[in-house]
Design a protein around this ligand. Structure first.
Ligand code: SAM
Length: 240
């Protein structure tokens, strides 16, 4: 059965949004994955379908109610649903390509999008939500973060990317940033394509790419290099 994403949000009209286009959109149309955006407000309270309230202890902003959110989660994901339940949150564990790989290998996702100041802490424990961050900055809501997460997952589903290979050598896949790319014209504004890439020596090209990937990673993200050693020891399928 296809990889299945359920999104809980106050703005279901934001989905599929950009994921309805290009590779992910084609894959959605083919049924390689499915997307259901459910409105948390359907579980809101009273005539006005309230979903939020003032923060206990005072302070600015509003907090999504735990009872409302739990009802939305329970309606979307019943007993026997083995999909991981994530909460998009700047306090979460930063998303990595390794986590994306693991998520896309599973049955799908249930993703809760926060709004306002966030969600009542009790629902995080009460519904075993895994908090996931897409970076050290604050968005106004979890929807764009959820779209980012879904995009990263869906492109790795079997058959979604044009060439199976194009997922293997990318940034982070081998614990390094990717080498530079070039295409025609051979010379542009006085800048030429590095000679090795046009010489047809595949061994030399592979070595050049490996060296460039190492150089760029050392310059920009030296923190990745320790992880790279670990990764290549464990993952003999990565070539280069
Ligand atoms: N008051 C919260 C704090 O300081 O941590 C920020 C709340 S933010 C305005 C509203 C919602 O946007 C969050 O509940 C979360 O769902 C989402 N969000 C914001 N930044 C995010 C990030 N970097 N990664 C994932 N989700 C994020």
């Amino acid at each position: 059965r296809p990889w299945r994403a359920t999104i809980l949000t106050l703005y279901p009209e934001m989905f599929p949004g950009p994921l309805g286009l290009s590779l992910s959109g084609d894959a959605l149309a083919r049924g390689d994955w499915s997307l259901e955006a459910r409105n948390i407000r359907e579980h809101g309270l009273g005539r006005h379908r309230n979903v939020d309230d003032n923060p206990a202890g005072g302070g600015a902003g509003m907090v999504l109610r735990c009872d409302v959110l739990a009802a939305a989660i329970d309606a979307a994901s019943g007993a026997g649903d083995e999909r991981p339940r994530l909460l998009m949150s700047p306090r979460g564990k930063p998303l990595t390509q390794a986590r994306v790989r693991a998520l896309c290998a599973g049955p799908g996702l249930v993703v809760v999008c926060g709004r306002f100041e966030g969600v009542d802490e009790r629902v995080i424990a009460g519904r075993a939500l895994e908090e996931v961050s897409i970076g050290d900055y604050v968005l106004s809501g979890g929807e764009i973060a959820a779209l980012t997460l879904l995009d990263a997952c869906v492109r790795l589903l079997p058959g979604v990317m044009g060439k199976a290979e194009s997922g293997v050598e990318e940034s982070f896949e081998a614990g390094r940033l990717e080498y530079p790319h070039y295409t025609r014209p051979r010379e542009w504004e006085g800048r030429a394509i590095p000679e090795v890439l046009t010489g047809g020596n595949h061994g030399a090209i592979a070595r050049w790419r490996r060296t460039e990937a190492d150089r760029i990673t050392a310059e920009r993200r030296p923190d990745l290099l320790g992880a790279a050693k670990h990764h290549s020891a464990k993952c003999p399928t990565v070539r280069g």
